[in-house]
Design a protein. Sequence first.
Length: 256
Amino acid sequence: MTISNIRSASVLALGLAAGCALKGDVRKVELQVQALQADLAKSDAARAAEQDTILAAVRLLQQALATQQSYLVQMRGDLRTELLSVQQQLVSVQELTGQSQQRLTELRSRIESRAQQPEPSMPVGPSGNAAGPGPDQMYDLSLQQYRRGSLTTARLGFREFLRVFPTHEHAPDALFYIGESFEQSAPDSAAAVYDHVVKTYPKSPRAPSALYKQGVLAEQRGDKAQARTFYSRVIAGYPRSPEADLARQNQQRLRP
């Protein structure tokens, strides 16, 4: 082999080696480019997701602001309506106050004019006292108040009836109703009045009722022994009365 041939072979070998080296570098560059593209794609997807999240948050905030604004507008309208209503009420109160003041002035004038007139003489009854309602009318008016539930008014009426007509046939009834008017508010006072009925009007039909009521009140406050005593007195003193039958039943129920 000649020297020239040897040189040619060497050049060829070096060229082939250089060609192989270039192909390997190109492949590495291609792989690096693909990896960079993949990273860029992932970054774009992440940015897009973040952007969507931000947009969704912005939409929610806009909706909340719109709702709050609507609520404020409604509340402002309600306040205006309430203010108008208050103003109207104030005007009405002022008008009523003016009318009331006018009526008071008129009433005062009437009272003053009547005070200047001579008082008419009161009619006098046979006993020399000023004529007033009779016993039946006074008792009926008090009984009406009692049945309406106006216990205080009825109590005052019955007391006045007893003061003026202590021996009237309705006197035991009036005293009994006074006791009943105390039952809910002051049971001890009711028991005392019932005892007064029994002692003052022992022959009245109200006496066994009052005695039985004393037993019921004693039972309500937990004193069974005293309740049995009252029931025994009803049975012994008024054996044919309806209250005696009730007392017998209660006696059996309270037996120790």
